[in-house]
Design a protein around this ligand. Structure first.
Ligand code: MN3
Length: 345
């Protein structure tokens, strides 16, 4: 089972200048062959199908636990696409003439020919399970042979291709949300790449770490990667379960093949940050043509249910800090000691 936390893995900037063409390119990191849906579903199915788990526990724990982190990566790519599409259509509900200047009422005319039309026609200016060309993510991208060495080798290659695509999206899209996304995912993808290399090394003796860096990405020179490396996220494997997947440390140990820093298992999920509450986009009926009516209904329901008058959820403020919620978070207080790393940087 999966337990869900209403936070995203890393901070994204608030919406700024919309970028529908950039959002279409970022879709490759969602539903492309090497996108986050592929990493998530590959590790998920491999863990579902894993036989003799007790006999191979460190490897089962590794694959199953990384699958959980990949769910958060899908969420982060989606948040980025939504951020980039915010404001691409008029936010007033009184229509207005077409931006093409022919006097016709056409609030979506301004995005005609921009990016992926399905972002506006099929979707509500949000992410879709598609690649950068609008083709649907495909279950054929899942490799789950049951042979542990084959599956781990595939996963190493998958992470290699995923980092390649992330770098190319970074090079193609200047939007700050896309840059924040790729900066973070390049670092975390690097962790998973090292994890699968290490697993193969422990299992077979084959030293894949000699292949590093593959691809040749100098993440320490990428400004959006640097903060994540400086706080040690390139050496941390987070354990996404309160009581399970304890044998990660049997594989995730030793030093990082590129930096020489000590690898660390963190016994909790990343703290994450609250997502921005992206504004309604009434031209595409998200969440409705008249979103204020839904807000009134929600307020009434909240009162009837005996809930606080103000929404209880936590969302980011535009300045990046989290908006106050009217009830305290129910999660146990988070340890901070385990966040320290031995990074030499
Ligand atoms: Mn990932």
């Amino acid at each position: 089972m999966i337990r869900r936390i209403d936070r995203i893995a890393t901070e994204l900037p608030p919406p700024s200048e919309p970028d529908p063409a950039g959002a279409a390119a970022v879709q490759e990191l969602m539903g492309g062959r090497f996108g986050e849906l592929s990493t998530f579903m590959n590790y998920t199915f491999q863990s579902f199908n894993f036989r003799n788990r007790q006999g191979a526990r460190p490897f089962y724990d590794l694959i199953a636990n990384i699958a959980a982190e990949e769910f958060g990566h899908i969420e982060l790519v989606a948040a980025t696409i939504n951020t980039m599409l915010t404001g691409a259509t008029p936010t007033t509900t009184n229509g207005g003439p077409s931006s093409r200047g022919n006097g016709q009422w056409a609030p979506l005319a301004g995005v005609k020919g921009e990016g992926n039309p399905q972002h506006f026609v099929a979707g509500g200016q949000g992410a879709l399970p598609q690649n950068s060309q609008g083709r649907p993510w495909n279950g054929d991208y899942v490799f789950s042979s049951g042979d542990l060495v084959e599956d781990l080798t595939h996963n190493f290659f998958l992470e290699t291709g995923a980092r390649n695509n992330k770098l190319k999206v970074y090079e193609m899209v200047e939007h700050p949300a896309a840059r924040a996304l790729t900066g973070y995912l390049l670092v975390r993808g690097g962790v998973h790449q090292v994890a699968y290399a290490r697993a193969l090394e422990r299992l077979t003796g084959a030293d894949l770490t000699k292949l590093f860096p593959t691809p040749r990405i100098p993440t320490e020179k990428i400004p959006e990667c640097r903060p994540h490396i400086e706080r040690g996220d390139h050496v941390r494997l987070y354990r996404f379960s309160p009581g399970d997947y304890l044998e990660l440390s049997a594989v995730w140990n030793g030093t990082h093949p590129e930096t020489g820093d000590e690898l660390v298992v963190v016994d909790e999920a990343p703290e994450g940050v609250p997502a921005h509450d992206l504004p309604a986009q009434p031209a595409v009926f998200a969440p409705d043509y008249a979103p204020e009516e839904i807000a009134q209904i929600a307020e009434k329901l909240r009162t009837q249910a005996g809930l606080p008058k103000e929404p209880t959820g936590e969302v980011a403020k535009s300045n990046g800090s989290s908006a106050k919620r009217s009830t305290p978070r129910k999660t146990a207080s988070r340890k901070t000691a385990s966040r320290k790393t031995t990074s030499k940087r």
